[in-house]
Design a protein around this ligand. Structure first.
Ligand SMILES: *Cc1c(COP(=O)(O)O)cnc(C)c1O
Length: 235
């Protein structure tokens, strides 16, 4: 953990990220207010996360259940909205169901069942996005594009889970055409699921775009960009 930012640098970086989002939205003929910025706070100490909250960031992204638990308890009075974006082991479903308001990394029926059971016990409802592996890299989690429709159907049957959309991680490493292909693939999968008309499923959220490729994602229709290092410094 090197440069995880003082309050001042977070303020400066946030201003830069907001300008990038505004510029990319306008270039795409979109209203910047349509784009939600998720501040990815994983590995960022709670004091620094607090400065992001002070600056109006409300949606915070975490990718480990243990870290989510610690921060959610430390920052409970600040009322952030915790968004889980990392792979969820089934045996961590209890913590995630207890503290997260949204899970963007739902990738299998077994996890949907584990979350449903824990949410039922806790009397909570969870917004979920189904993660789709659009890059076909074995190292990335997410359901294969061809299997997304069936998974959304299954998840929609669990009354504690509200399916709000899809999430993907675009291929990184600078090949813009390849990253764009990933984002377009997510849009294609969304259309395919929408065409199937599943009761109660609207899929208005497309979570795609990170610090390095948020402009491209906004151009392709992203509604949520997940921004870590551009806000808090390199991990
Ligand atoms: C860490 C992470 C991010 C943020 O990445 P940056 O490149 O630092 O903006 C976004 N999405 C997911 C799923 C992540 O794990």
């Amino acid at each position: 953990m090197n440069d995880r930012g003082s309050a001042d640098t977070v303020a400066d970086r946030l201003a830069v990220v907001r300008r990038r989002i505004t510029r990319a939205s306008r270039a795409a003929g979109r209203d910047p207010s349509e784009i939600r910025m998720l501040a990815v706070s994983k590995t960022v100490p709670a004091e620094v996360v607090e400065s992001a909250l002070d600056l109006g960031c409300r949606d915070l992204g975490e990718s480990r259940a243990q870290e989510l638990t610690v921060k959610a308890e430390a920052l409970a009075e600040r009322g952030p909205r915790w968004v889980f974006i990392g792979p969820v082991q089934t045996n961590k479903a209890r913590e995630v169901a207890r503290y997260a308001h949204e899970v963007q990394s739902l990738d299998r029926v077994e996890l949907a069942d584990a979350l449903q059971r824990r949410l039922d016990q806790a009397g909570r409802i969870l917004d979920v996005l189904v993660q789709v592996n659009t890059s076909a890299e074995a190292s990335k989690s997410g359901v294969a594009p061809d299997a997304a429709l069936d998974l959304v159907r299954e998840v929609a049957r669990r009354d504690r889970l509200r399916v709000r959309g899809l999430m993907t991680i675009g291929t990184r490493g600078g090949d813009e055409a390849e990253t764009r292909r990933c984002f377009r693939e997510l849009v294609r999968v969304r259309e395919l699921v929408r065409d199937a008309v599943i009761d109660g499923v609207v899929l208005d959220e497309l979570s795609m775009g990170m610090s390095g490729d948020l402009e491209l994602a906004i151009a392709e229709g992203s509604t949520t960009v997940r921004v870590g290092s551009a806000l808090f410094g390199a991990r």
